[in-house]
Structures are given as C-alpha cells and as structure tokens.
Ligand binder design. Structure first.
Ligand SMILES: CC(C)(COP(=O)(O)OP(=O)(O)OC[C@H]1O[C@@H](n2cnc3c(N)ncnc32)[C@H](O)[C@@H]1OP(=O)(O)O)[C@@H](O)C(=O)NCCC(=O)NCCS
Length: 173
C-alpha cells in the first residue's frame, strides 16, 4: 500500500506544482491548447488537489472554468504524477477527488484534453459525441464527463472564460 494523502492545493504549493509540471510536460507546456483555454482564469482552489508523501508534493490536478457555447463548464488538468511514483493509484485518486469535489460544488460538465486510454476507464467519453471541440486538438483527445446524467451537455467550441462577459453557466461553483 502506498502511503500518499490527497488534500487541497494550497497557494504555497505553487512553486512545487510548477516544477512538477515542467518535469512532466516540459518547459514549453504553456504552448498547449489547454493553457490557451485556461488563460486569464486561475484554477478553482476548492477543486484542485495535491498528492503528498511524507509532506512532499508528488502529484497534482487542477480544474478551471471554461466557456462552451453560451455556458460554462470545467476543464480538468493538468494532471501529473512524479514519474518514479506512477502506477500506485495516485493519478486515479487525484481524479476521484477532483470529480467528487466538482460534483459536490454543483458543476455539471467536465472536459479534458489527453489520452483516451487513461481517461475512458475513468468514465470519460468523446466530447465530439456531445458536440464539443477544441480548436487545434484532434477530436480523439478531447473528452467529456457529465457529472449529472440528467443535465444536457453544452455544445460548441471550448473557449477561455472571460468572467466579465460570460452570460450563462451550467453549474454552480
Ligand atoms: C497519467 C498519470 C497522471 C497517471 O498517474 P498514475 O499515478 O501512474 O496513475 P494510476 O496509478 O492511478 O493508474 C495507473 C494506470 O493507468 C495506466 N496509464 C498511465 N498512463 C497512461 C496513459 N498515458 N495511457 C493509458 N494508460 C495509462 C497505467 O498503465 C495503469 O494501468 P493499470 O492500473 O491497468 O496497470 C501519470 O502517468 C502522468 O503524470 N503522466 C504524464 C502526464 C500526463 O499524461 N497527464 C495526463 C494528461 S493531462
């Protein structure tokens, strides 16, 4: 059994998270379309988590509001685990905490960009089936989960959310 703990990401974790993400995704990671979508919006503190072992941050996941159609949804990511500690369930535990917190806060739809093979077993389906796309990303890398089955998915292209101009949202935070 791996003795890791999951807790909310704190502001003081920021340097450790940035260093982890540089190691995992490379220093050019901010050129990815997911960073463009998050531009101008900080991750939700209540929906972003760290995995720690002996007090050391060894994984993290963040969630950020994005616009889709005339509504608002969550973009989950980045998700990263220290390479030498992978395969012990840390990634899945971070995902479970992030999705449970989003559901409890009233969010109804979560999107992410990544490898289908990892996210499909966690319950994500193709965002294209819900009529949602991300400019510059192949459809098979964009995934969607409805947190409430009775809530129709918003349709359209994911875009950065500009809080001052957004009219509607599908969820409460
Ligand atoms: C993806 C990642 C977060 C998984 O973390 P983890 O702690 O190793 O995940 P878990 O231990 O919970 O799950 C491991 C399982 O996922 C599978 N897996 C891991 N990465 C995978 C990938 N890219 N594609 C498919 N399956 C993957 C493993 O084979 C393992 O499967 P098994 O349980 O059937 O043996 C981690 O590998 C990582 O940081 N990768 C680099 C960054 C990344 O790709 N992030 C996601 C995109 S934003």
């Amino acid at each position: 059994m791996c003795p890791f703990q999951i807790s909310l990401l704190e502001a003081a974790d920021r340097p450790a998270v940035e260093a982890l993400l540089d190691r995992v995704f490379g220093r050019d990671r901010k050129e990815k379309s997911s960073y463009r979508l998050r531009a101008g919006n900080p991750p939700c503190p209540a929906l972003s988590f760290a995995a720690r072992m002996d007090g050391r941050l060894v994984g993290s996941v963040q969630q950020t509001p994005v616009a889709v159609g005339d509504a608002c949804a969550l973009l989950l990511g980045p998700l990263a685990v220290e390479p030498e500690l992978r395969g012990r369930g840390i990634g899945r535990a971070l995902m479970r905490h992030a999705l449970d917190a989003a559901r409890a806060a009233g969010w109804t739809h979560v999107f992410l960009i990544g490898e289908r093979a990892y996210y499909a077993p966690l319950g994500f389906g193709p965002a294209a089936a819900a009529g949602v796309s991300v400019a510059g990303e192949p459809a098979d890398r964009v995934h969607h989960m409805a947190l409430r089955p009775d809530s129709p998915a918003p349709r359209g292209e994911l875009r950065p959310r500009h809080p001052q101009t957004e009219a509607g949202r599908t969820s409460g935070e």
